[in-house]
Design a protein around this ligand. Structure first.
Ligand SMILES: Nc1ncnc2c1ncn2[C@@H]1O[C@H](COP(=O)(O)OP(=O)(O)OP(=O)(O)O)[C@@H](O)[C@H]1O
Ligand SMILES: [Mg+2]
Length: 314
């Protein structure tokens, strides 16, 4: 542990060189990262890229094959049990009892964790998550959005210091997602550290920091602005007639690293600005299309990272 200076007061997670293989296939490769206490840290990346595996290693729920580090000041290898007691984990699938009511589910969790007054704890949580009036409803009969809120309530009930939310809002409508995120921010403001994986760009933008993982490699991390700046992408937004034809023509041209449709416009990006300018020059005089230099969006950056990682690692 000598290489890692851990200040338990403000660093929640500090790991170096984590790797993990399943059946001889490496799914997380040499991953190092730090998470400050009280931050909402988002994990993004394509399916099967190692987000869940990474998050589970960071919290001592899964032992890495190599690498070391601390979570909440505890060694992730030696003190996994101590860490687990401080972690609330919302898995990718709904894990509460469908045939117990809202109140019964929460009381069950409260008893499981040995809270002194399970009924009062459940009642307070029902107030907090706005499920008052639905206490008697079976969890399995709640809408998707309410299920997620109940699951969040259940995993925060034991008062954890770290929350681990694995795609908590998959399949939930936009209003419910927004409410859910407001609640996550309220929890972080109380000092909770939150690790969350998501496929939604708007959710990534609501994280204090993000990490992008593809094929087991941590490709970018930092605040959204830092990740965009570090990409060094130069982007043009093109509007006009028949942008599909334009897209097909530009794709794969030297200097053009990414072409992606966004609604009725096309984003054209390159990592070498002068090469990009040269590549698009023949198309800029065409009056069918209007070209405007723009900031790359987070999505542009991720699409570019994913394309490059596919070439490098797959
Ligand atoms: N217990 C396991 N045994 C064998 N292989 C596993 C196990 N857990 C994960 N994997 C494999 O490891 C790779 C990474 O999986 P992981 O679940 O970490 O990805 P992910 O980024 O969370 O994906 P998703 O976005 O689909 O949730 C996948 O190829 C997966 O099939
Ligand atoms: Mg996952």
């Amino acid at each position: 542990m000598s290489t890692i200076a851990t200040n338990a007061a403000d660093i929640a997670i500090n790991v170096e060189g984590l790797s993990k293989s399943f059946s001889g296939r490496e799914v997380v490769h040499d991953l190092s990262m730090q998470v400050k206490r009280g931050t909402i840290y988002g994990f993004l990346g394509p399916n099967g890229s190692g987000k869940t595996t990474t998050i589970r290693m960071l919290c001592g729920l899964l032992t890495p094959d190599s690498g070391e580090g601390t979570c909440l000041g505890y060694d992730i290898r030696r003190d996994a049990d101590k860490i687990k007691r401080q972690v609330g984990y919302m898995t990718q699938r709904f894990s509460l009892y469908q045939d117990l009511s809202v109140r019964e589910n929460l009381e069950f969790v409260a008893r499981l964790y040995g809270l002194p007054d399970a009924r009062a704890a459940a009642r307070d949580m029902i107030d907090r998550i706005g499920l008052k009036g639905r206490e008697a409803q079976l969890a399995g009969e709640l809408s998707g959005g309410w299920k997620q809120r109940l699951a969040l309530g259940a995993c925060t009930l034991p008062n954890p210091q770290l929350l681990l939310l694995d795609e908590p809002t998959a399949g939930v409508d936009p209003k419910a997602r927004r409410d859910f995120w407001n609640e996550i921010h309220a929890l972080a403001a109380e000092g909770l550290t939150v690790l969350v994986s998501t496929h939604y760009m708007d959710e990534a933008e609501r994280c204090h920091e993000i990490a992008y993982i593809a094929y087991g490699h941590l490709l970018a991390h930092g605040t959204v602005d830092e990740v965009i700046a570090k990409s060094a992408l130069s982007t043009y937004t093109v509007t006009g007639d028949d942008i599909n034809t334009l897209s097909a023509e530009l794709l794969g041209k030297p200097g053009i690293d990414m072409v992606a449709p966004f609604g009725t416009s096309l984003h054209v990006s390159g990592r070498d600005q002068s090469a990009l300018e040269a590549a698009i020059a023949p198309y800029r005089d065409n009056e069918n299309w209007h070209w405007q230099h723009s900031e790359p969006s987070l999505e542009d950056v991720f699409i570019d990272l994913m394309g490059r990682s596919r070439d490098n690692f797959q």
